[in-house]
Design a protein around this ligand. Structure first.
Ligand SMILES: CC(C)(COP(=O)(O)OP(=O)(O)OC[C@H]1O[C@@H](n2cnc3c(N)ncnc32)[C@H](O)[C@@H]1OP(=O)(O)O)[C@@H](O)C(=O)NCCC(=O)NCCS
Length: 139
């Protein structure tokens, strides 16, 4: 678990503009509270996602963190993480993205997420968050 926590800190430092800069205590808390998904394995992580669930609402989740190490981006690892999350039992997912994170927005749209709202000044003055939602198609 320590290796995953330092990997998360590394991913944040690679993406200072769009990744929440959690303190080490907050990172520990996030790993306690959220389910994590990692590719390809904990000992040698290349991509990581954290998803919080909602008590009493099975299938529902909020993606609080998802990132692929820079050298592995554009090779399908993000899509693979998403597949793992769905296979892990999540069928109704929400996520917040910086409004100017073009790669993040394109990524979620490519996965089938749909825009579901906007939170003005969420990340700071004039830094809006866009909300996206994915629901497994019925049937
Ligand atoms: C966003 C991120 C997780 C995507 O991971 P990735 O492994 O590079 O994405 P994949 O290779 O699995 O691509 C999946 C789909 O997203 C699209 N996509 C990914 N990055 C993209 C980009 N920079 N521009 C346009 N589309 C992109 C791809 O076209 C692909 O679609 P396809 O499978 O239909 O061809 C990665 O770029 C990243 O870690 N970014 C920094 C952190 C971040 O911004 N996280 C998301 C916001 S919270």
């Amino acid at each position: 678990m320590d290796s995953l926590q330092s990997f998360l800190a590394k991913l944040q430092s690679q993406n200072p503009k769009y990744m929440a800069q959690w303190t080490p205590q907050q990172i520990q808390g996030e790993f306690r509270e959220a389910r994590f998904f990692v590719i390809p394995q904990i000992e040698n992580p290349q991509a990581l996602a954290l998803v919080r669930s909602f008590p009493g609402e099975p299938g529902k989740g909020d993606v609080t963190f998802i990132a692929v190490a820079k050298t592995y981006q554009g090779q399908g690892l993000g899509r693979e993480l998403f597949k793992q999350i769905c296979e892990g039992g999540f069928s109704d997912l929400t996520v917040e993205v910086h409004a100017d994170n073009e790669a993040g927005k394109a990524f979620y749209l490519a996965l089938g997420f749909e825009p579901s709202g906007r939170r003005p000044n969420y990340y700071g003055p004039t830094k809006d968050a866009l909300l996206f939602r994915y629901q497994v198609p019925a049937g």
